[in-house]
Design a binder for this molecule. Structure first.
Ligand code: SAH
Length: 398
C-alpha cells in the first residue's frame, strides 16, 4: 500500500502566528513525521487488540488541504474591519491573514471581500447589538473541477448595490462559479440561515471524487480533504472486495450506512448489483438522490432515517446484504445498528471512522457478534490537528 510522508525536518516547519488563540491545530510546532508518529501510536494503543495496524497514510504536502474556508466578520474597536475565526471557546474574533491548512484561493477571496466592504460601505454584523449586515463568508472550492462557491451570510436578504458588488468581486476573482446570499436573521451561533438567494451562477458547485461528480450546496456535508478522501475511499473499495481484489462471484448487494451525500455508495455502485444508502439528514439525502441521477446510476437508492432503525427493519424483512459500509459520526454507531447488522450477516463490513475510541468500542461489539477484524488502516485526513481517520475490514467468521 502506498505510504507517503512529507520528509520535512523540524527546522522546515511553517509556524502559524495565531495557532494558540485559534486552537484548531493542536500539533502546531511539530514536524509532520512527529504528528504521524503520535497518531500511529494512539491508533495502535486502541486498536491493536483487534489486529495489526498498517502504517498511517500521510500527505506529501500537508498544507492548504481544506477545500472549505469559513470566516466570521466583525470590527475592531477602532472601526477596522476584520475577518477570521472565533477564539477557542469564546465569541471574540481572532483576525486571520493566512492559515496553513485552508485553501489559499479561498483565503484570497475572503481578503478581497474584506476590501470590498470598505469601498461599498457595507457594515459588518455586531452580535451584541444585532446591528450591521455581513456576518460570515463561506468559500468552497472543488479541487478537481476548480469550481468555486462564495456564500455571503447576511442578517437581511437585502444587499445594497448587490450587482455591482458581485461584479467587483468577479473582477478580482473571475474563477468564482457562483455567489449565494444566505439569510441568517436569527440570534444564533449557527453560521448558515435557512434561506439561500442566488446572486450569480447556478447556486451550487460540482466536484469530482473517484471519477464521480458530486453536487455541493451551501450547507451539504462534504469531506474537507478531498485528496486524502480519494485514498480513503479506494482502500474502502479494496477492503470491501469490490475493486483490486474482487472476491464476489457475482456483483454484490451493498449497504452504505451514514451515507451523507452518497459518496461511498455511489463509488461502490460501479461494482455492485445494487446499493442502498441510509442517512439521517434530509438535505444530504436530497443531494445524494440528485448525485445518483447526475452520475446516471440507477442501481442505487437512498433513504432518510436513523441508520439503526433502518437496519432493524431490513433485518426483520430478512433482506440480503453482501457488503456493509458504515461511516458514523464521532459518537460511533449504536447497539441497535450493530445488532441488526449482525442479523443481516453481510460477508464483509467496512467500518470508516473518524474517532478511534468509539471505533474500538464498536469493534468489540461486532467481534462478540461473530465478526473478525482483518485489516486496520489509519489515514491522516486532518494534518496539524489531533484527529485520525481509520478504515477497518471485518469478515464474518464461518
Ligand atoms: N459517508 C459520508 C458521510 C459521513 S459523516 C461521507 O463520506 O461523506 C457521518 C454521517 O452520518 C453524517 O452525514 C450524519 O448526518 C449521519 N448521521 C448521524 N447520525 C445518524 C443516524 N443516527 N442515522 C443515519 N445517519 C446519521
Amino acid at each position: 500500500m502506498e505510504n507517503i510522508n512529507s520528509g520535512k525536518k523540524s527546522s522546515d516547519i511553517k509556524v502559524c502566528k495565531i495557532g494558540k488563540k485559534c486552537g484548531g491545530c493542536r500539533y502546531q510546532g511539530m514536524s509532520y513525521e512527529e504528528q504521524l508518529g503520535i497518531k500511529q501510536k494512539e491508533v495502535k494503543k486502541l486498536l491493536s487488540p483487534f489486529g495489526d495496524v498498517e502504517k498511517i497514510i500521510g500527505m506529501y504536502h500537508p498544507y492548504h488541504y481544506r477545500n472549505k474556508v469559513h470566516a466570521v466578520f466583525g470590527r475592531k474597536k477602532n472601526g477596522e474591519i476584520i475577518s477570521g475565526i472565533y477564539e477557542a471557546n469564546t465569541h471574540r474574533i481572532v483576525p486571520v491573514e493566512e492559515c496553513l491548512i485552508e485553501d489559499e484561493k479561498c483565503q484570497a477571496i475572503i481578503r478581497s471581500i474584506r476590501g470590498l466592504l470598505r469601498s461599498f460601505k457595507i457594515k459588518t454584523y455586531d452580535e451584541d447589538t444585532g446591528y450591521g449586515l455581513l456576518r460570515h463568508v463561506l468559500v468552497r472550492r472543488g479541487f478537481k473541477t476548480g469550481e468555486i462557491m462564495v456564500v455571503l451570510v447576511l442578517s437581511s436578504p437585502i444587499l445594497p448595490s448587490k450587482n455591482n458588488f458581485v461584479k467587483a468581486l468577479l473582477k478580482e476573482h473571475p474563477e468564482i462559479s457562483t455567489v449565494i446570499l444566505n439569510v441568517n436573521d436569527k440570534n444564533t451561533t449557527m453560521v448558515l440561515g435557512e434561506r439561500n438567494i442566488k446572486l450569480y451562477g447556478k447556486g451550487f458547485i460540482t466536484d469530482k471524487l473517484c471519477g464521480m461528480n458530486f453536487r455541493l450546496s451551501p450547507d451539504s456535508f462534504y469531506q474537507v480533504n478531498p485528496l486524502q478522501t480519494e485514498k480513503l475511499y479506494n482502500i474502502a473499495m479494496e477492503y470491501a472486495g469490490l475493486k483490486g481484489n474482487e472476491k464476489f462471484e457475482k456483483k454484490p448487494v451493498v449497504t452504505d450506512a451514514y451515507c451523507g451525500i452518497g459518496t461511498i455508495g455511489l463509488v461502490a455502485s460501479k461494482y455492485a448489483e445494487k446499493v442502498i444508502g441510509v442517512e439521517l439528514n434530509a438535505d444530504a439525502v436530497k443531494d445524494a438522490i440528485i448525485n445518483a441521477r447526475e452520475n446516471k446510476r440507477d442501481n442505487i437508492k437512498f433513504y432518510q432515517g436513523d441508520a439503526g432503525e433502518f437496519m432493524e427493519a431490513m433485518a426483520e424483512k430478512g433482506e440480503h446484504v453482501d457488503v456493509l459500509f458504515m461511516d458514523p459520526p464521532r459518537a460511533g454507531s449504536d447497539e441497535k445498528f450493530l445488532l441488526s447488522a449482525a442479523k443481516l450477516s453481510p460477508e464483509t463490513i467496512v467500518y470508516i471512522s473518524c474517532n478511534p475510541e468509539t471505533l474500538a468500542r464498536d469493534l468489540k461489539s461486532l467481534r462478540k457478534k461473530g465478526y473478525e477484524v482483518k485489516k486496520i488502516q489509519p489515514v491522516d485526513m486532518f494534518p496539524w490537528t489531533e484527529h485520525t481517520e481509520c478504515v477497518v475490514k471485518l469478515e464474518l467468521k464461518h
